[in-house]
Design a protein around this ligand. Structure first.
Ligand SMILES: Cc1cc2nc3c(=O)[nH]c(=O)nc-3n(C[C@H](O)[C@H](O)[C@H](O)COP(=O)(O)OP(=O)(O)OC[C@H]3O[C@@H](n4cnc5c(N)ncnc54)[C@H](O)[C@@H]3O)c2cc1C
Ligand SMILES: NC(=O)c1ccc[n+]([C@@H]2O[C@H](COP(=O)([O-])OP(=O)(O)OC[C@H]3O[C@@H](n4cnc5c(N)ncnc54)[C@H](OP(=O)(O)O)[C@@H]3O)[C@@H](O)[C@H]2O)c1
Length: 427
């Protein structure tokens, strides 16, 4: 058992972060290698590596500037007392807004402009008794709920408050706002807000480690761990932004320095069959290829005799054929019995996904499964894995001569739960 964990990470050394998509690709996927040094860290194929990123230094200093903090102010965090500069760099997620922070602004608005002090001005009635046009009513809290003939002025027309109200009262507007903004955008949109350092950090999301399926076998790469990482980059409201950990690894993490906090996240279920003679079918488009590269390296090292069938796919064969040379070599030397490639954005051929190729090869897939093959899926949980799941059931129904209900039961109960030979690593 290693002494390292998410709470006590090892400071690993990144030794490679090579882009493995074509320079003209619309995606940036990298092969990232860490040296495990004298850590004693070990892993088996199927495990994941946890990486603990840092926020970009420029984002931290811009935010400190906007908040009028020096960075030295001391704050209390879930990890103990530290400077606000350190807290924003490595204790909290500041690259995307979180709902809790926006909801927590209620305290700000109620302290600077309590709702009960909203001043209403009568639109049509003149004051007859020399008093102001004041009125008492039970306010529901809804923006448009005012007594007939009155409109709000003052606090209610404060644009920051109006924006805040529109967000907390409309979940879709909230999601929409959060999707493309960070704290710099929020401070621009609500310029009259001010915070103490402690107030600011109190409602931020804690910085979470990210997991990456390991793309190597330790036997094939002693002392190293390798990843296949799709770098998340986008531009909103005129600023380049991106995923916290992927941009950290691509842009900020230094090479050849033992500075990157990491830990192993072992799997109990996503494992190779114990018997190397067992056939395996692997479906892993995009970065879903990662654990299957590791599986193939391990089965080669172990001289496992079972057949290996890989379904891989990505946008184009020319720009996103990840590990193309290795896969072609394995096909040529027979280590890969079958390799089926689904390209989704080649102009000259219709969009093809891995499940389309599965369906075309249904009879053969069924014969492997009927013979005891393991079936693995890795990659996108929300779309690909669901479609592959449905296709697998259809294949069992059609080629295994089962009713739709029996095929579902066979895949979901027997293969998945009882025999544990339908295994998924999806995210
Ligand atoms: C078990 C496991 C294994 C994994 N293996 C791998 C792997 O092998 N390779 C790999 O690359 N990833 C893998 N992941 C995913 C990985 O953990 C991270 O979630 C991923 O790298 C993104 O992290 P990030 O910090 O860069 O992005 P984050 O800062 O977490 O941001 C990602 C979020 O950004 C948002 N987003 C994306 N595009 C846009 C946009 N255009 N505009 C606004 N918001 C947007 C989405 O909400 C998305 O959820 C795995 C995850 C798990 C759980
Ligand atoms: N739900 C999500 O928001 C989501 C899901 C997956 C990945 N991502 C993010 O996208 C980035 C890149 O991920 P990645 O490199 O692993 O690749 P990916 O985006 O999962 O794409 C890999 C291949 O899968 C195809 N694909 C899309 N929908 C599919 C479906 N329903 N069934 C089968 N294949 C499908 C893609 O085609 P087309 O793109 O041409 O359609 C592409 O050819 C990562 O940052 C990841 O976090 C986001």
């Amino acid at each position: 058992m290693s002494e390292y964990s998410s709470k006590n990470p090892y400071l690993g050394e990144m030794v490679e972060k090579r882009v493995i998509t074509h320079p003209d690709s619309t995606k940036e996927t990298r092969h990232i290698v860490f040296d495990l040094g004298d850590s004693g860290l070990e892993y088996k194929v199927g495990d994941a590596l946890g990486v603990i990123p840092e926020n970009p230094a420029e984002l931290v200093s811009d935010l400190l500037g906007l908040l009028n903090f020096t960075g030295e102010e001391v704050v209390e965090t879930h990890l103990g007392e530290t400077s606000v500069g350190e807290a924003l760099a490595s204790h909290y997620e500041i690259h995307r807004l979180c709902k809790k922070f926006i909801q927590g602004l209620e305290m700000k608005f109620s302290s600077t402009s309590p709702k009960i002090s909203v001043r209403l001005v009568g639109r049509s009635r003149a004051s007859t008794n020399g008093d102001t046009n004041s009125v008492q009513w039970d306010w529901s809290g809804e923006e448009q709920d005012f007594p007939e003939g009155f409109t709000p002025v003052g606090a209610m027309s404060d644009p920051s408050l109006m924006l805040w109200e529109s967000l907390v009262n409309d979940p879709d507007a909230m999601e929409d706002y959060l999707w493309s903004r960070d704290y710099i955008d929020l401070l621009g949109d609500m310029p009259n807000l001010s915070f103490t350092p402690q107030e600011f950090v109190s409602n931020l999301d804690r910085l979470k480690p990210r997991l990456y399926s390991i793309a190597s076998s330790l036997d094939a790469h002693p002392g190293q761990v390798e990843l296949t990482v799709a770098i998340v980059r986008y531009n909103h409201h005129g600023r380049d932004r991106g995923g916290l950990c992927t941009v950290y690894m691509a842009d900020s993490a230094p090479l050849n320095e033992k500075t990157i906090p990491m830990f192993m996240s072992p799997t109990r279920s996503f494992v190779l069959p114990q018997d190397g003679d067992t056939d395996i079918i692997m479906v892993g488009p995009g970065t879903g290829i990662a654990p299957f590269r590791a599986f193939l390296e391990q089965r080669k090292f172990d001289k496992a005799k079972g057949r290996n069938w890989l379904f891989f796919g990505d946008r184009t064969s020319t720009h996103e054929y990840l590990y193309g040379e290795e896969l072609n070599d394995w096909l040529d030397d027979g280590h890969l019995t079958r390799l089926d490639l689904a390209w989704s954005r080649m102009a000259e051929i219709p969009k093809t996904y891995v499940q389309n190729l599965m369906a075309e090869n249904g009879e053969e897939i069924w014969s492997w499964i009927d013979g005891g093959a393991y079936f693995y899926v890795c990659g996108d949980k929300f779309r690909m894995a669901k479609d592959v799941h449905k296709t697998l059931i259809n294949i069992c129904e059609e080629h295994g001569n089962m009713s739709a209900e029996d095929a579902k039961e066979f895949v979901e109960q027997r293969m998945m739960k009882q025999e544990k030979r339908y295994l998924r690593d999806v995210y």
